[in-house]
Design a protein around this ligand. Structure first.
Ligand SMILES: Cc1cc2nc3c(=O)[nH]c(=O)nc-3n(C[C@H](O)[C@H](O)[C@H](O)COP(=O)(O)OP(=O)(O)OC[C@H]3O[C@@H](n4cnc5c(N)ncnc54)[C@H](O)[C@@H]3O)c2cc1C
Length: 150
């Protein structure tokens, strides 16, 4: 589906990462861990869309973890509450659902994003351990074990 969605929050985590929230009852209901959205880049000449994973869903609010890499992600990171975002999705596949297992989640850098929602869903019926790595302090996100190169 494609919708014009209202931005609900913009929370910078550090100089490289920002969490953006948007509202959509339909997209929230259809979103599963591992899915992503194609986002039209706001205030930009380009007509290209940027793929961004579903970071979390709480009620009718969808959250994105955006790492600022180039023009597209920089424009997304500038979105403010009450702005409108053109969202296509959810797209892609989900993870296999398991119960009663010991699950190891391993992520690096912005690869953290799709595992957050998965962890919340799996931790109800599984034992989860999460190992996360990155290049620098900015890449460090909450996990059971965090490793950075610096
Ligand atoms: C399925 C999918 C899900 C994704 N989920 C997320 C997500 O949840 N959060 C998020 O922040 N990003 C995610 N990405 C990556 C994101 O789409 C890219 O970072 C973004 O398209 C870059 O666009 P840009 O216009 O900002 O940079 P561009 O102008 O396209 O690129 C700027 C420079 O960075 C380089 N570059 C581009 N992408 C990357 C990258 N991923 N890693 C390292 N260098 C890169 C380019 O080669 C170029 O040199 C996802 C990508 C895919 C395919």
């Amino acid at each position: 589906m494609r919708q014009q969605c209202r931005i609900t929050c913009n929370n910078p985590l550090n100089s490289e990462y920002v969490i953006i929230g948007f509202h959509s009852t339909e997209i929230a209901a259809a979103s599963r861990p591992g899915c992503f959205y194609h986002l039209a880049v706001p205030r930009s000449e380009t007509s290209l869309r940027v793929p961004i994973s579903c970071y979390d869903v709480i009620g009718n609010e969808i959250f994105l973890l955006v790492k600022i890499i180039g023009e597209g992600t920089r424009c997304l990171a500038q979105l403010q509450k009450e702005d409108t975002l053109d969202v296509m999705g959810p797209l892609g596949n989900s993870f296999t659902h398991v119960e009663g297992k010991r699950v190891l989640l391993v992520s690096g850098g912005v690869g953290y994003a799709p595992l957050r929602f998965l962890k919340r869903v799996l931790e109800e019926n599984n034992e989860i351990r999460w190992v996360h790595g990155g290049r620098a302090e900015e890449d460090a996100m909450p996990a059971d074990l965090i490793c950075t190169e610096d």
